[in-house]
Design a protein around this ligand. Sequence first.
Ligand SMILES: [Zn+2]
Ligand SMILES: [Zn+2]
Length: 204
Amino acid sequence: MHITSAETWVEQVREVGLRATPGRIAALRFLAEHPHSTAAEVHAGISDDLPSVSMQSVHNVVNDLSARGVLRRIDMPGTGGARYETRTADNHHHMQCVICGRIEDVECVVGHAPCLTPSQTHGMHTVLSADVTFRAVCTDCAERTEQAALAHAAGRGADAGEPRAADALPEQSTPASAVPPAPTTRSSPRIPHNSEASTGGTHG
Ligand SMILES: [Zn+2]
Ligand SMILES: [Zn+2]
């Protein structure tokens, strides 16, 4: 993934006739590093640096930027809520793990919309686009499921002191919020203790 500098985002925002407010730039930078995030995830991600930016204004930011093509809005089936990404105008598609919710980009072979021709047009004048979502099971989830099945088959005899494998299966479809420790380029080295505590919701 290429890193786009803040200056580039400032230019892009101004090019579409918007002011390059700190909230807009922060949202773009966050989404460049965490594509396919929801507005709530963007808000959580930027509120450390911009505590005054409200959830409502993040909604406004992603709506405005999507409307002007700086962001692309995607709606993944069954995940509830729109997601946003800075990769626009290449008509790429998405593949999502149905268990953990992880979303990955899939290149469009054609590269522009519409990349599929419907078998019937039903009298529609123009086909604008075809949104393809590949539903999948990721390798991690497949392995977890396999282990759980094996543990189940082995019955309760296996006394390995491990917690029951079923506990390891994620029940909710919370996307494994890819939150790698943010590369801090600040001078003051922060102690990285639970900086995501407010967003996590990891119970025991
Ligand atoms: Zn998965
Ligand atoms: Zn994408």
